[in-house]
Design a binder for this molecule. Structure first.
Ligand code: PMP
Ligand code: GLN
Length: 354
């Protein structure tokens, strides 16, 4: 293995899933839905495969199938309140993973620094290191350690510590909202603090928003690209897998200003060229359906979090009854729990104290 790929040698998902295949436990190691995705979306793929259109089975446009980038442009132009050029400001990728890869590969030079907020989705660190960059970490801190119930919104960045990480080598900061794994949804004030620092130090913001539709009311998802003067320096990343509860479809995207997206395109066209046509066509139809239903009771995007919220409370309560101390999330797929109590009892047991 060439040395620059050493930082990517260990991968938690490969290890956990291989172990799960051998020992067959209830696998909570990787987050994905264990229920059927809505049939109206999966049916689109069946329709596309059976329609008599030979072009659905051939290569499509390298930067993204036109029907899909048009749908995404329509959706996000509305949400961030600016016209997104479908042909130059959106890149379709193999999942959000590839969007992260293209973004970091095309922006990090050897010696550049990238700010990563802990805890973080595991690939951020090796992606930065493989590109020759140095990650600078800052941990979210529990601002209410003594409260009887812990919430993801209690976990915050220390403004002074964050400020101290920015310097002339800082190339980018990666944010993830809603956050994997804490379930934190960054509020307007927090995003403004990050945005102000990014503007002051001319730093790029990579905003991983794969859980953008999984937000439990009253929390609200805010896209940092929609903050004043942030479009110019933000690449926003999304995932059809998370959006439609079909993680196996592995389709994602990055959107941002044309002068930034064109750099991601170089990485994409070199390694991938184009994503699977039928999946892109089916996802485009899914989005078209959702765009027309967005503010109606039909909307899957709106209903998904309504469906998940009671399940989230159910699991939080089960965890509490068992002795865990869950951090109640405002969004995303995950619940992080404090299990120190079990660690301690095992320690006492092993030392014959219990
Ligand atoms: N970012 C985050 C925060 C994620 O949780 C995931 C998937 N777990 C991804 C990116 C990658 O998404 P995809 O499956 O679309 O590649
Ligand atoms: N979203 C999942 C998780 O964070 C899986 C990530 C992956 O497949 N690499 O648990």
């Amino acid at each position: 293995l060439v040395s620059r790929y050493e930082p990517g040698k260990f991968n938690v998902w490969i290890e956990y899933n291989d172990l799960a295949m051998i020992t067959k436990p209830l696998n909570l190691g990787q987050g994905f839905p264990d229920y059927e995705p809505p049939s109206r979306f999966s049916n689109f793929l069946a329709e596309v495969a059976s329609e008599k259109n030979l072009y659905f089975h051939q290569y499509t446009r390298g930067l993204g199938h036109v029907r899909l980038v048009n749908a995404l442009s329509k959706l996000y132009s509305n949400l961030i309140n600016r016209e997104i050029d479908p042909l130059n400001e959106i890149l379709i990728t193999v999942g959000a993973y590839e969007a992260l890869f293209c973004t970091i590969q095309s922006n990090i030079e050897v010696g550049d620094e990238a700010i990563i907020i802990e805890p973080f989705f595991d690939c951020y660190e090796p992606l930065v290191r493989i590109a020759g960059g140095t990650p600078r970490f800052i941990a979210l801190k529990n601002t209410k350690p003594n409260s009887s119930e812990s919430h993801s919104s209690d976990w915050k960045l220390d403004p002074e510590e964050l400020t101290s990480l920015f310097n002339s080598k800082t190339k980018l900061i990666i944010i993830n909202t809603p956050h994997n794994p804490l379930g934190k949804v960054f509020d307007y004030e927090e995003l403004t603090m990050i945005a102000d620092l990014a503007k002051k130090h001319n730093v790029l913001v990579v905003s991983d928003e794969v859980y953008e539709w999984l937000v439990y009311e009253p929390a609200k998802h805010i896209r940092i690209a929609s903050l004043p003067d942030m479009w110019e320096r933000t690449i926003t990343i999304g995932s059809a897998g998370k959006t439609f509860s079909m993680t196996g479809w592995k389709l994602g995207w990055a959107y941002g200003p044309a002068n930034l997206i064109k750099n991601l395109v170089v990485v994409h066209q070199t390694a991938i060229y184009t994503c699977a046509t039928p999946v892109q066509e089916a996802v485009a139809r899914g989005f078209e359906h959702e765009i027309s239903a967005l503010y109606t009771p039909e909307s899957y995007f709106q209903n998904l979090c309504k469906e998940l919220k009671p399940k989230m409370h159910f699991l939080s309560n089960v965890l509490k009854e068992t002795g865990f101390k869950p951090i109640i999330p405002d969004g995303g797929y995950f619940i992080v729990s404090n299990w120190t109590i079990f660690g301690l009892s095992r320690l006492l047991f092993n030392n014959n104290i219990l």
